[in-house]
Design a protein around this ligand. Structure first.
Ligand SMILES: NC(=O)c1ccc[n+]([C@@H]2O[C@H](COP(=O)([O-])OP(=O)(O)OC[C@H]3O[C@@H](n4cnc5c(N)ncnc54)[C@H](OP(=O)(O)O)[C@@H]3O)[C@@H](O)[C@H]2O)c1
Length: 329
């Protein structure tokens, strides 16, 4: 099979096209013909060597799969060849999805939402699973609450807005002005231009000094330590960005705040719940750009560039003839 491998860590040109043996599914595993994948910041972080202690070389990165079951290993009961599936490969546990085939345990695989193309499904599994875990499982966002979602035009952010709206929350989001219309189109109630106004001032003005119930940090930096300044009493902060520097959280005490740290985990139930929202018309990933597997270096270079003009996700058509197809029957 064709795969994009990393034989060394480095810049976007580090990928090499390799011809590798097609994997053989073991007990409980499913072999999937990958029609589409996508790229996430995690992939360029892996490529740069940020996780070199967890990723032995040569490596295949890639953390989204949408495709069709090719074969199943002994004991697999939930899937058969021909089924359309989607999932996030287990992170740092074996090869990723920048390849024509991928093998995974059946218990992390979901049935692809019928109304999504493979490009769309591959643009939702990781970011959707992350947003779901952050907002539903950890922050326990409730109907009528308010949430500040940072980076509302990004991969995670634009999906988190839709999940929050489906729950029935009021959504404030930080984006650049060029992305106001896009953020509103996916459901944001209040958009804040992070380049023109300090978001703390904007939130306190827009909430008449009350603050929001939940902050979703997709940015890192000092977002965690500043979050208590925009929180209402008993507010929750959920971050998905690793903390590079110590943070002063003293302001959190007066707000009775709680903090949640999320590193996304794979499970079938989460995919099925996302799928329900998709089929109800409440959630749809936005594919802002599509590249071929051969052009993965270009896709990486673009995602890493600030203000790259991409709204939502960059998807990768591994099999271009199949990637745009929705349900097969
Ligand atoms: N822990 C986990 O499980 C997990 C899972 C997924 C992602 N993540 C992390 O979450 C972060 C976001 O991921 P992603 O996939 O959404 O990335 P992405 O698609 O690159 O989106 C990032 C967005 O943030 C915006 N942005 C940049 N600076 C900003 C600022 N100061 N204020 C508001 N928005 C700003 C960017 O917009 P511009 O065009 O304006 O620059 C872009 O739209 C990454 O650090 C990633 O590693 C963690």
């Amino acid at each position: 099979m064709k795969a994009m491998t990393l034989n060394s860590f480095g810049g976007p040109d580090s990928f090499e096209l390799s011809e590798l043996p097609k994997p053989v599914p073991q007990a409980g595993q499913v072999l999937v013909r990958v029609h589409a994948t996508s790229i996430n910041p995690l992939d360029y972080q892996v490529r740069r060597g940020d996780y070199r202690d967890f990723v032995p070389l040569p490596a295949i990165t890639g953390h989204d799969v949408s495709g069709v079951v090719d074969a199943v290993g002994p004991g697999v009961t939930m899937f058969s060849p021909g089924d359309e599936v989607w999932y996030t490969p287990q992170i740092f546990q074996g090869p990723g999805s920048y390849a024509e085939y991928h093998v995974a345990n059946e218990n992390i695989i979901g049935r692809k939402p019928r109304s999504l193309s493979h490009l769309e499904a591959a643009s939702l599994s990781l970011v959707g699973g992350t947003a779901w875990e952050a907002l539903v499982s950890r922050a326990a966002l409730r109907v009528g609450e308010s949430i500040l979602i940072h980076g509302g035009a990004g991969g995670v952010g634009h999906v988190a807005i839709q999940v929050a709206k489906a729950i029935g929350a009021k959504v404030f989001t930080t984006v650049r002005e060029d992305n106001f219309e896009f953020a509103r189109s996916v459901g944001a109630d209040v958009v804040i231009d992070y380049r023109k106004e300090d978001y703390v001032d904007a939130i306190m003005r827009e909430t008449d000094g009350r603050g929001v119930d939940v902050v979703f940090d997709t940015l890192g930096g000092n977002t965690l330590s500043r979050s208590p300044n925009v929180l209402a009493q008993l507010g929750r902060v959920v971050t998905i960005v690793d903390i590079a520097h110590p943070q002063n959280l003293i302001e959190a005490w007066g707000k009775n705040a709680s903090f949640h740290f999320v590193f996304t985990r794979q499970n079938q139930g989460k995919l099925d719940e996302l799928s329900t929202l998709v089929e109800r018309g409440q959630l749809r990933p936005h594919v802002g750009a599509v590249y071929s597997l051969d052009d993965i270096s270009l896709a990486h270079a673009r995602l890493e560039t600030p203000n790259n003009g991409v709204r939502g996700k960059i998807a990768i058509a591994v099999d271009p003839s199949a990637a745009t197809a929705r349900a097969s029957s």
